[in-house]
Design a protein around this ligand. Structure first.
Ligand code: ADP
Ligand code: MG
Length: 340
């Protein structure tokens, strides 16, 4: 089926020396170094659920790989190979070429080889599996946090959810239901009437997230635990708490923001977006306080800012406090995929 499309993918896919056999046979053959562990992650994007239906095909391609590389980054793994499962409503070569522009651009940036996949007809859906490599025992896991660890986050939070809120204001509801990126906010939550300007600043964060691969690698052996922020900071940090049998104290006023987010929303709404908005694909990690200087140096070397936002403590759950030390409650703690 769809041999023409597969051929278009094959001629554009990059190779690596460790790909013994790539696209074209029943399966790929990959040479895993003897001194590395293989780290594997899969994520699927469905139209209208994980990206607005008007998203450019090149951006869909980029994001489909980016969200997967983000999972490898959160494990401190070095990306190596990927496979691509495409469900397409029709055999559209132009759409596919544009999709590959975004997908393969990001793949090239991280030296990832596309080594196989599947192509079927159906509602638009993109499934990607990534394979990465890590030194034995050095992967960053959700269960590795220790009481007293600092909690850190890379980059800025709330931008992707802010873009969705502005999109919602600019047009009819863009998504059938709540989106992965977080709650869709009512129109009167938006302060700045210049929606177009706000979107220009924020939408790239929704459409073309930057997987934090370099700093994730740098944190191997330095951080104790890590997770990528896909469902919202408080929800994702909750997974670290659960995995590690600890609680987290987060100072909500310390959460890093972008200037575009500040421009578009009042303080209360901004905090909500930062604490609970998903789809930012930043890394949240914990590390001993003795590691602070090393972490700052790794951040400078990777050109990714980091911010200390709280502490791991004995107990359970995530506790957010404001600058006066008062308990802070979000209205919603992140996207719930399915209720059952
Ligand atoms: P099979 O029936 O043996 O699974 P397919 O016709 O599905 O073979 O695929 C033929 C080859 O093309 C396989 O090597 C497969 O990995 C590759 N392939 C199919 N679809 C894709 C895709 N979307 N991206 C990358 N490789 C693909
Ligand atoms: Mg197949």
């Amino acid at each position: 089926m769809e041999f023409d499309l597969i051929d278009r993918i094959r001629v554009r896919a990059h190779l690596r020396d460790d790909v013994i056999l790539g696209i074209g046979d029943d399966a790929a053959i990959l040479q895993v170094p003897a001194d590395r562990q293989l780290v594997v992650a899969t994520d699927t994007l469905n139209a209208g659920v994980h990206f607005p239906p008007d998203t450019a095909p090149a951006d869909i391609g980029w994001k489909a790989l980016a969200v997967n590389l983000s999972d490898l980054a959160a494990m401190a793994a070095e990306p190596a190979w990927c496979t691509l499962s495409l469900s397409l409503p029709q055999s559209d070569a132009d759409w596919l070429e544009a999709f590959l522009d975004g997908f393969l651009d990001l793949a090239a940036q991280h030296h990832v080889a596309l080594v196989g996949g599947d192509t079927t007809r159906g509602p638009l859906s993109i499934g990607v599996t990534v394979h990465g490599l890590v030194e034995p025992g050095r992967a960053l896991r959700r269960d590795g946090a220790r009481a007293g660890d600092d909690i850190w986050v890379t980059g800025t939070l709330g931008d992707a959810a802010g873009a969705l809120a502005l999109l919602q204001r600019a047009s009819e509801p863009v998504l059938a239901s709540a989106c992965e990126a977080g709650p869709i906010l009512p129109a009167d939550d938006v302060v700045d009437p210049q929606v177009a300007r706000g979107l220009a600043g924020l939408r790239p964060r929704l459409d073309r997230p930057t997987p934090r691969v370099g700093i994730g690698r740098g944190l191997a052996g330095v951080a104790n635990a890590a997770i990528d922020v896909s469902d919202g900071l408080l929800a994702d940090l909750g997974h670290v708490c659960q995995g590690s049998g600890l609680a987290a104290e987060v100072e909500v006023d310390r959460l890093p923001w972008s200037s575009a987010l500040i421009d578009g929303f009042d303080d209360a709404r901004r905090r909500e977006l930062q604490a609970t908005g998903g789809d930012d694909y930043e890394l949240c990690f914990t590390a001993e306080s003795a590691m602070r200087e090393r972490i700052e140096a790794i951040a400078v070397a990777s050109a990714v800012p980091v911010t200390r936002i709280g502490r791991m403590v004995e107990g359970e759950g995530v506790h957010a406090i404001d600058r006066d030390g008062a308990s802070w409650q979000p209205r919603q703690t992140g996207y719930v995929h399915f209720s059952d």
